[in-house]
Design a protein around this ligand. Structure first.
Ligand code: NAD
Length: 475
């Protein structure tokens, strides 16, 4: 099929290359001429494992081309995928839909044949209906344009895999023709028994924001538990393991730490709450504001703990920050919790050096006041404190004994629970982490042989020992 993919960022570029890879004839369009040039030359404009291979393969097949010309897109596509950004609107929590609107405004007047416009960007519920009316007002007489929504669930770091082998495909359509067209687009996935959910556009739009809201809630839930663990000496990792064995709950997205960031989750839950307000059902999703608050609080909590570890004062302290991207296996630094913490430390007078295996260049662009690089020894040289803020595998594999010889003080704050703490402690490091008691912070173990439950609400003077703290003690 002849497809266009409009907006070739993290989502669109991968979608375009993968659609060509499964046999479609694809034209990718973006307003960013540099990005288009790079893609056309087979140079990925961002870090995404496996993307370079699929891009090279698709270009070599002759089924993938790129342009900045929207008229060419109008002439090419039977199906036009809209993949442009939907960031948070300045001064508001709502989504900024100006890029989506610009695409349909630019495309519709040039359409000369019947076609399907399919949104993949994450948008507020009701957007398909609104755009459908907008397109109808712009398209030349006699041309029939259908509109549908097909939200994207790919994860950065696994984008190629998630596009070629998604957990499910959701399409929001208003009639059987659009459904049939999308079944044809995704025929190889359907043949591989990927669940295909065909519904109305409102439901499809909602599936995406509901999924992201659920994931954000799960992360903030475990981070709230981490804070309770810090107040009680309990261990959030053991707690999460125990919760995760319950198949109704599951262990994924229960990694306590610095919280979520990136170009999706934070702005998506805010846009959802804003849209619910507009619809008069705001209170129903009030919890998303708490989820957002808990998430933001992990950043201030991390700064506070760093300050405490640095002796109560950050001015003049040399701090090495490990990780700049919002998550590992990506170079995306949009709303990166790591960089938010690094900037806060910098504002308090610390000398911050940020290390990231692939995101240093983007971090420098976004935060020119920070020193960012990809040499770990240089970032850690003479550091008074090391902070792990993005859980790249790279850091788990670092030899802590060697790193201890580089720093001024072997003090590490693991804000992602991503390091093997016992190995680091054995190498001479003092390790602190969110929601995990350091051995010296743990409450005393009762010496008597009494059952633990008798210590709860027991006579004055006896320490209250939460059971999770006891099970977390090393044998
Ligand atoms: P991005 O910023 O990487 O890419 C957006 C691209 O759109 C940019 O290259 C930009 O130049 C281009 N663009 C803007 N206006 C344009 C126009 N008028 N015509 C053509 N191109 C235009 O953003 P992204 O991360 O790819 O996200 C895009 C959408 O997909 C968002 O709605 C996002 O929420 C959603 N999404 C993203 C991911 C992800 O992991 N990145 C996953 C699922 C959904």
């Amino acid at each position: 099929m002849r497809l266009t993919v409009i907006g070739t960022g993290y989502l669109g570029a991968v979608h375009a290359a993968c659609m060509a890879d499964i046999g479609h004839d694809v034209l990718g369009i973006d307003v960013d001429a540099e990005k288009i040039k790079a893609l056309a030359e087979g140079r990925p404009p961002f870090h995404e494992p496996g993307f370079a291979d699929v891009l090279t393969r698709a270009l070599a097949s002759g089924r993938l081309r790129f342009t900045t010309d929207l008229r060419a897109a109008a002439a090419h596509g039977e199906v036009h995928f809209v993949c442009v950004g939907t960031p948070q609107r300045a001064g508001s929590k709502a989504a900024d839909l100006r890029h989506v609107d610009a695409v349909v405004d630019g495309l519709a007047p040039h359409l000369r044949t019947d076609c399907l416009v399919v949104g993949k960007s994450t948008v507020p519920v009701g957007t398909t209906a609104r755009l459908s009316a907008r397109i109808a007002g712009l398209v030349p007489a006699g041309v029939r344009v259908e509109t549908a929504w097909n939200p994207e669930f790919l994860r950065e770091g696994f984008a190629v895999e998630d596009t070629l082998r998604p957990d499910r495909i959701v399409v929001g359509v208003t009639g059987p023709d659009a459904d049939a067209t999308l079944r044809e687009v995704y025929a190889p996935m359907l043949a591989a028994a990927v669940p295909y959910i065909s519904t109305d556009p409102n439901t499809a739009e909602l599936v995406k924001v509901a999924a992201n809201s659920f994931l954000a809630t799960k992360i903030s839930f475990i981070n709230a538990m981490a804070e309770i663990c810090d107040a009680t000496g309990a261990d959030v990792v053991t707690l999460a393991d125990a919760l995760g064995h319950d198949t109704r709950i599951g262990r994924r997205f229960l990694r306590a730490g610095l919280g979520f960031g990136g170009g999706c989750l934070p702005k998506d839950i805010r846009a959802f709450a804003a849209r619910a307000q507009e619809l008069g059902v705001g209170p129903v999703v009030d919890l998303l504001e708490r989820v957002d608050e808990i998430n933001e609080r992990q950043r201030t909590r991390t700064v506070a703990l760093a300050r405490q570890m640095a002796g109560g004062e950050l001015t003049g302290r040399r701090i090495a920050v490990l990780g700049a991207t919002f998550k590992p296996d990506s170079d995306d630094v949009r709303d990166s919790p790591a960089l938010a913490v690094a900037s806060a430390l910098h504002r308090e007078g610390a000398e911050v050096r940020v290390h990231d295996p692939v995101g240093a260049a983007n971090a420098r662009l976004a935060h020119p006041h920070l020193l960012c690089g990809s040499d770990l020894a240089l970032a850690c040289a003479d550091a008074d404190l090391v902070l792990l803020l993005t859980e790249w595998d790279h850091y788990r594999d670092v030899d802590p004994a060697r790193l201890a010889r580089v720093v001024a003080k072997p003090l590490v704050l693991d804000a992602r629970n991503g390091l093997p703490h016992e190995v680091w402690r054995a190498a001479g490091w003092t390790v602190k982490a969110l929601g995990r008691p350091a051995p010296s912070d743990r409450l005393p173990v009762p010496q008597s042989a009494e059952p633990l439950r008798t210590t709860i609400g027991s006579p004055a003077g006896r320490p209250h020992v939460p059971s999770a703290a006891v099970t977390a003690l090393p044998s």
